[in-house]
Ligand binder design. Structure first.
Ligand code: ACM
Length: 681
């Protein structure tokens, strides 16, 4: 037998089509299994695959239900001897693990439990899609690295149909993801029917705007569902039950998120008494001094608990402004009566109280890492998004954590050349970067490691109005996160993964999905790959004023270090200034002939990064008296939503020792200017 650790880099795979590879072709399974041993010969897949299983009762029924809608025709064999596929429970095997043996005459899957059998079948289906009816003989032994392998979808900013959600659940199951975190409520819309509070879905689920952008920049109003302008939607309780059951049959737990105490503008618009101001459209946080807030939250959570069997109920907890609480008489009274020293403790009071409510109903609370502020509720699990520190801090305190640091797991960030990509959140996450994440690196202390339950990819949808766009953001980066979550670190190899992802993207496209077209990936900004060598390289630059402490790039020499920036202003090559004109002066150390002076600037609408209004070029012999050579005006409109990059340059013939570039602020308050290199030729 030949032993393969995983798929090896065979150039032939680059041209392989999504179906029917040759038997020698490397396996394209995602996530890469723990161990694969190739055998001799093939299994010829019949039209109808007869199977026998020792699963019983509801587990057997569930398997049958899933098989009835799966793309392969399965039929239960009269007796185990006549079955070509046996599905059995492996004695002593770990939950979700499986062993898949494909021999020329038969296939056997032994799972640690029903989920393990299901995952063995997923691997089999991937092999069938790669090799067609002729699957190479092999044995795979496989088990997940983490028990929590999640994907979050924000349906508040833009509502998505239950059919869309189910199509993503199909992919999640195929790639062995097992937690669907459904972000059902947020300031931009309430998406779940609550029978005790019909106004939530009569009003807070609808907006008189085409999309989130229109809502966010157009007054943030809601409207009645009967308004002719109404856009939005919500899931009825029957819809929710249908999706939860659909997920369950695919071994996916749906974790609902009901936001509190912040991100709740939509609730406060219909129930202003729950806001500190008692006015709609003023606050985004619930008033924690008002008992009615707790009655409302408990009413909602009671119905949520009935709908979702998940152990975890996500209560948000992120980004409360806490502003209204400081001056609110009811909140101040609460702080006095409960002995809370600040608004962080006031928030913690609410989270603890809600946790008590959930625990009494047999559920556990999970929240974003801000729930650490003011003290963590006794049994809470933390979802770490502002980096990994929150998750580690929770684990240090003996709490469980799910890792979803934005720098590796936020799928609303742009994934490739932003000038070609649709508008995205003001940050960057390539497939490679997502793949590189290790939620439990060796450097973590031993007592912290077991507290990290797993990892999750998050799709926030402010900038994602359509279903096609959502799939473009989710896939293939969720494939990378699936492999981070499932596969042993020793089996990970980005180049190898990318080849498998290319095939998988093709497979998705053939089935009507809209993943990012990885085959067309641009990769890093070309300029960032070619060091510059010019008259100013290595020379001293004086920046007036000094660059902002948050965006120093590589510090004082950064603008003449020969290194140009990548697409991402946070890559430590772009230097930034806030709310100011910028004057940069280079001393060439002697009088030199000059043909060109240039600098690149970028615009990132959602990061408040603007092109300069104009850029002036001047020179001097003494460093005091400057002669202006030219001025170039900006031609990128303020409203332009897509990130873009422009070179501002003067060309001519002159001679001087000192060269100056002045970038004039476009005057929008809170606006940044970013540049990456000062070029003199
Ligand atoms: C978050 O991104 N506010 C959890």
């Amino acid at each position: 037998m030949k032993r393969y650790r995983s798929i090896m880099l065979a150039l032939t795979a680059l041209s392989a089509v999504a179906c029917c590879g040759s038997a020698e072709e490397p396996l394209a399974i995602i996530p890469v299994p723990q161990e694969t041993v190739r055998g001799e010969g093939h299994f010829e897949m019949p039209e109808v695959v007869t199977y026998a299983t020792d699963l019983t009762g509801s587990e057997r029924d569930d398997l049958r239900s899933w098989m009835s809608v799966c793309p392969v025709a399965f039929a239960e064999a009269g007796d185990a001897q006549s079955a070509v596929l046996t599905l059995s429970l492996g004695e002593g095997a770990a939950p979700e693990s499986y062993r898949l043996e494909i021999a020329p005459a038969r296939i056997a899957i032994a799972g640690g439990d029903a989920a393990g059998i299901f995952y063995g079948l997923q691997t089999l289906l991937q092999l069938r899609d790669q090799f067609g009816g002729r699957i190479p003989a092999l044995t795979i032994s496989d088990a997940p690295r983490f028990g929590y392998r999640g994907m979050m979808l924000d349906v508040s900013r833009h509502f998505r149909s239950k059919e869309f959600v189910k199509r993503q659940l199909d992919l999640m199951a195929r790639y062995k993801l097992n937690r669907f975190h459904w972000h059902l409520t947020d300031g931009a819309g309430w998406r779940i029917e609550i029978k005790s509070h019909p106004q939530l879905t009569d009003f807070a689920a609808w907006r008189p705007y085409a999309d989130w952008d229109g809502w966010n920049y157009g007054g943030k109003r809601y409207c009645h569902r009967d308004d002719p302008e109404a856009r939005g939607g919500y899931y009825t309780q029957d819809d929710i039950r249908e999706v939860v059951e659909y997920a369950r049959l695919r071994h996916i737990t749906v974790i609902p998120e009901i936001e509190m105490p912040g991100h709740s503008e939509e609730v406060l618009a219909v129930y202003p008494d729950l806001a500190c101001s008692r006015q709609p459209y003023v606050n985004s946080d619930y008033c924690i001094g008002n008992e009615a807030t707790f009655r409302f939250v408990e009413d909602v959570l009671s119905e949520v608990i009935e709908l979702f069997p998940s152990k975890y109920i996500h209560i948000g907890g992120d980004e409360a402004s806490k502003g209204g609480w400081r001056s609110c008489p009811r909140c101040r009274a609460r702080m006095r009566s409960e002995g809370l020293k600040d608004v962080d403790e006031l928030q913690s009071y609410m989270i603890r109280r809600v946790e008590k409510f959930l625990n009494a109903k047999g559920r556990d609370l999970i929240g974003w890492d801000e729930i650490l502020e003011g003290g963590l509720a006794p049994n809470a699990t933390v979802m770490s998004w502002r980096g990994v520190e929150g998750g580690i801090a929770a684990a240090e305190q003996g709490h469980h954590a799910v890792m979803t640091p934005s720098g590796y797991c936020y799928l609303d960030f742009c994934q490739d050349d932003p000038t070609r990509e649709p508008p995205a959140a003001a940050a960057f996450l390539t497939l490679r970067q997502a793949y590189s994440y290790d939620p439990v690196p060796d450097t973590l202390p031993a007592h912290v490691k077991p507290m990290i339950l797993g990892v999750q990819g998050n799709l926030w949808c402010e900038h994602v109005p359509t279903d096609e766009h959502a799939e473009h953001m989710l896939w293939p980066r969720m494939l990378a996160i699936a492999e981070v979550a499932w596969s042993p670190v020793a089996n990970k190899d980005y180049d190898d993964f990318r080849l498998r992802a290319l095939q998988t993207v093709r497979w998705m496209q053939e089935r009507g999905y809209h993943p990012f077209d990885l085959a067309q990936e641009v990769g890093p900004r070309p300029e960032s790959l070619e060091p510059v060598q010019c008259l100013s390289t290595g020379k001293k630059v004086v920046c007036e004023p000094s660059y902002h402490a948050k965006y120093p790039a590589a510090g004082d020499g950064s603008l003449t270090d020969g290194l140009r920036g990548d697409w991402n202003y946070g890559d430590r090559r772009w230097q930034g200034w806030l709310d100011t004109d910028v004057r940069l002066t280079v001393d060439l150390e002697s009088r030199r002939p000059i043909r060109r002076i240039a600098a690149d600037f970028m615009q990132g609408f959602f990061a408040d990064i603007w092109m300069p209004r104009a850029v002036r070029f001047s020179v001097s012999d003494d460093g005091t008296e400057f002669r202006q050579l030219g001025e170039v005006e900006n031609d990128v409109p303020f409203e332009f939503r897509q990130d873009c990059y422009r070179t501002f340059a003067w060309e001519g013939a002159d001679e001087a020792r000192y060269v100056r570039i002045e970038a004039l602020s476009n005057g929008h308050p809170g606006g940044w200017i970013f540049t990456d290199e000062f070029i003199v030729e």
